[in-house]
Design a protein around this ligand. Structure first.
Ligand code: NAI
Length: 338
């Protein structure tokens, strides 16, 4: 398909390409795994984001097709496609934000941890290239198991001396999006007005919704708490089973990823009070990584908020979550160290 460089050369129009050369203000964003089930709608939604001036779409398959398609949208971001390992570094140079939804998704009967062997290697390779080409970029990791892939990314960056704990964020926004939706359903509220903190990690019992801290303040019966906790923790499995072998959540995930990426970009721009849950290097518990509310700023994570008062049910949930998380973190760290 024609691209901006070809147009510039064929038509001799310097001006055709000037926006893509960084003349316009805005952020440069790369999506790694852009041709996938999450990657495609994510790329489309990022192309619609006015904060993005340059959008790099990288994948090992079908990146040119997705790029050609999305580049026809009449929004301001310039789109460029990159195919295969030999174009990975070009995809990354100069990026402000890198979003990683590359890897295989779950099939019915699989846990997120079952994806470890394939996705760990993919995330490691991608992070090695980020460390080399754009070590100052904010990195949003979507590839599962997030509980392990974030520690993998951290270890890769540490190995070459560029780890900045403020810049590596595991995306748990889908858990929050689901929690807001399910609570709104039960309480008869508009989901846009509901804010449920979800802490811990991103798999099964490590997903810990803090229903005692929901805003607007709600009181739930124990039956409702059991129902909501179970549905939020197993929301991913609900989709995997409904798709019956055709993958996991992609559309709601793309929505959640864009909600989170947009927050990162607004924070980079200097907007105050950008607060969301994310899985990051943390001292909130004794574990080296934990998801909780964080304030985002020009350097990534500027502040990590404590968990706040937990009730007995949540304290018991926290102990279970920490036990499982500890193993997943260790698994990620050992993968890079071995
Ligand atoms: P998919 O299989 O539809 O797409 C994955 C894409 O990654 C494919 O286009 C594939 O070619 C690409 N890819 C594979 N190896 C690559 C490499 N080395 N470099 C670049 N791209 C590569 O999968 P889907 O449904 O998009 O899911 C992607 C990941 O996101 C999975 O690991 C899934 O478990 C995870 N996920 C995370 C969620 C979260 O809340 N954090 C929610 C839902 C899914």
């Amino acid at each position: 398909p024609p691209n901006l460089q070809m147009l510039e050369e064929d038509l001799g129009l310097e001006r055709v390409n000037c926006r893509a050369k960084g003349a316009s203000s805005g952020f440069k964003v790369a999506i790694l795994g852009a041709a996938g089930g999450i990657g495609q709608p994510l790329a489309m939604l990022m192309k619609m984001n006015p904060l993005v001036s340059l959008l790099h779409l990288y994948d090992v398959v079908n990146a040119p097709g997705v790029t050609a398609d999305i580049s026809h949208m009449d929004t301001s971001a310039v789109v460029r496609g990159f195919l295969g390992q030999q174009q990975l570094e070009d995809a990354l140079i100069g990026m402000d934000l890198v979003i990683i939804p590359a890897g295989v998704p779950r099939k019915p009967g699989m846990t997120r941890d079952d994806l470890f062997n394939i996705n760990a290697g993919i995330v490691k390779t991608l992070c090695e290239a980020i460390a080399k080409c754009c070590p100052k970029a904010i990195v949003n990791i979507i590839s599962n198991p997030v509980n392990s892939t974030v520690p993998i990314a951290a270890e890769v960056f540490k190995k070459v001396g560029v780890f900045d704990p403020k810049r590596v964020l595991g995306v748990t926004m889908l858990d929050v999006v689901r929690a807001n939706t399910f609570v709104a359903e039960i309480m008869g509220l508009d989901p846009r007005e509901v804010d449920v903190p979800v802490v811990g990690g991103h798999a099964g019992v490590t997903i810990l919704p803090l229903l005692s801290q929901v805003k607007p303040s709600c009181s739930f019966t124990q039956k409702e708490i059991d129902y909501l906790t179970d549905r939020i923790q197993n929301g991913g499995t609900e989709v995997v089973e409904a798709k019956a072998g055709a993958g996991s959540a992609t559309l709601s995930m793309a929505y959640a990823a864009v909600k989170f990426a947009d927050a990162c970009l607004r924070a980079l721009r200097g907007d105050p009070a950008v607060v969301h849950c994310a899985y990051v290097a943390s001292e909130v518990t004794e574990l080296p990584f934990f998801a909780s509310k964080v304030r985002l700023g020009r350097n990534g994570v500027e502040e990590i908020y404590p968990l706040g008062p937990l009730n007995e049910y949540e304290r018991a949930g926290l102990e279970k979550a920490k036990k499982e998380l500890a193993g997943s973190i260790q698994k990620g760290v050992s993968f890079v160290k071995k």
